[in-house]
Design a protein around this ligand. Sequence first.
Ligand SMILES: [Mn+2]
Length: 235
Amino acid sequence: MKPIIGITCCTDRNLKHYIADAYLSAIRFAGGVPVILPAGSERDLPLLWPKIDGILLTGGGDIDPFLFGEEPERHLGEIEPGRDPFEIFLCRQALLDDMPVLAICRGMQILNVAAGGDMYQDIYSQFQHKVLQHTQQAARSHLSHTAAVTPGSLLHRLAGQSVVKVNSFHHQAVRKVAEPFETAARASDGVIEAIESRTHRFMLGVQWHPEALLASEDQLSRKIFQTFIESCKKT
Ligand SMILES: [Mn+2]
């Protein structure tokens, strides 16, 4: 049986829901069935929950800083207020029930916030020292900066090496990593590029976009999606 993967989507200020096809294709590539979960589904979650085998938290706009106890800074970008509460609800349920989660970019940040962590609203103005260019000016399939993988992590096993190259489309980043998460990769400037829980079946957040690297046969991206879908099959 193919696992059914609940996928979160963007909500814009006109209350439209949308998602890049790359996320759906990546789930299908790895052998899963993608189903989009619209924001505002909190009350329907008890009905949806038994029907899904894993969750993919996708990228998107910025996160409302109120959720980690801050006022909006000057360099905060467009937020998705309709989306945050549903995703936090989803993350907390997944943490409790050990539902496999793959969290990409914004998804990794909201997963950490849901666990009680916080984040930089804008790394360029808030990081303690000079940062790399994390908003690459190149195609989504281009690998623009390196990330050092934490020895002994799940990500390290998937990568099979201690330094990987990743694409980068973010100006926000995880700051305080909350339990049960641990840092799984860092860019050379110290920006956290991946987090994972070692006490769950599969709970991995990456700051980059592996769904955009499948067509170029990036081995780590394939491994990430395949291992995620594999772990969703075990009940
Ligand atoms: Mn980056």
